[in-house]
Design a protein around this ligand. Structure first.
Ligand SMILES: NC(=O)C1=CN([C@@H]2O[C@H](COP(=O)(O)OP(=O)(O)OC[C@H]3O[C@@H](n4cnc5c(N)ncnc54)[C@H](O)[C@@H]3O)[C@@H](O)[C@H]2O)C=CC1
Ligand SMILES: CC(=O)C(C)=O
Length: 256
């Protein structure tokens, strides 16, 4: 990888996005970090690792804001080679009860946000003649519909569809598009999922998380670093011949 490679990561303030930022910094990338509020903490970690970082506030549901973040990354860091559309939210509840407002918000973040990121990345790569890489957050829930996570699962299936179609459309330009599909990662998102399961089903707090982790063949919950190691591969030259894939990285939970 060239010394000046730049990656942009959305949802970089915490959890998997922060883990990806730390890993890509260790790989030698400079980082543009995007979240609802500028993720200064993660940017500080990247700088401590010896790489340049800019922290940008943008809501991924806002197409103009996403294009603006990509433009800022290029302007402030002198280029952009990799875009990781990681930001996402969860929604727990039976498919029979999901409201129109909940569904609208969920799709706005998890699907529209990824689509705006693909569009902004593709436009920027093509304008600069960069054979860039676009990497999207799907999930085990993008390969299997999970009870109480049906609407969320639908958004992650949609991310796989966008990944496949964009890969086909952009291959001739030398741009690859892939997705990562984590399993049960011990982030704030899972704290919220577990709490909501408890409220809705009467399970004890911690019980749902423990049950999911129990199903993992490798016998432990996943860390952001486990996910980031796969994203590092997708962002680097070793994955140059891979496009349109949505790879499971889940410790052995969903087998496809
Ligand atoms: N935690 C898990 O077990 C799994 C997570 N994933 C996916 O990985 C991605 C990251 O998940 P986690 O780190 O666990 O989540 P998290 O909830 O810990 O962090 C998500 C980050 O995204 C940001 N964000 C949310 N909405 C945003 C918006 N509209 N614009 C900009 N930033 C926004 C949040 O502020 C937060 O910093 C998500 O797409 C999630 O669906 C997939 C499979 C498993
Ligand atoms: C949060 C998530 O994607 C699952 C299924 O754990």
């Amino acid at each position: 990888m060239a010394d000046s490679s730049v990656a942009l990561v959305t949802g970089a303030a915490r959890g998997i996005g922060a883990g990806i930022a730390r890993r890509l910094a260790a790989d030698g990338f400079d980082l543009a970090l995007v979240d609802l509020s500028a993720p200064e903490g993660t940017a500080g970690e990247v700088r401590e690792a010896g790489r340049r970082a800019v922290a940008l506030a943008a809501d991924v549901t806002d197409r103009d804001a996403v294009f603006g973040a990509v433009d800022s990354a290029v302007a402030e860091l002198g280029g952009l080679d990799v875009v990781v559309n990681n930001a996402g939210i969860a929604l727990v509840g039976p498919v029979t009860d999901v409201s129109a407002d909940e569904l609208h918000r969920l799709f706005a973040v998890n699907v529209n946000g990824v689509l705006w990121g693909i569009q902004a990345a593709a436009a920027s790569f093509q304008a600069r003649g960069v054979r860039g890489k676009i990497i999207n957050a799907s999930s085990i829930a993008g390969h299997e519909g999970f009870a109480m996570l049906g609407a969320y699962s639908a958004t992650k299936f949609a991310v796989r569809a966008l990944t496949q179609a964009a890969a086909k459309e952009l291959a001739a330009k030398g741009i690859t598009v892939n997705a990562y599909c984590p399993g049960v990662v011990g982030t704030d998102m899972w704290v919220e999922i577990d709490k909501r399961f408890a409220e809705l089903t009467g399970a004890d707090e911690g019980e749902t998380y423990a049950k999911f982790v129990d199903g993992i063949a490798l016998g432990r919950a996943q860390t952001p670093e486990d996910v980031a190691a796969f994203v590092s591969y997708l962002a680097g030259p070793d994955s140059d011949y891979m496009t349109g894939q949505a790879g499971l990285i889940d410790g052995g939970l969903v087998f496809r």
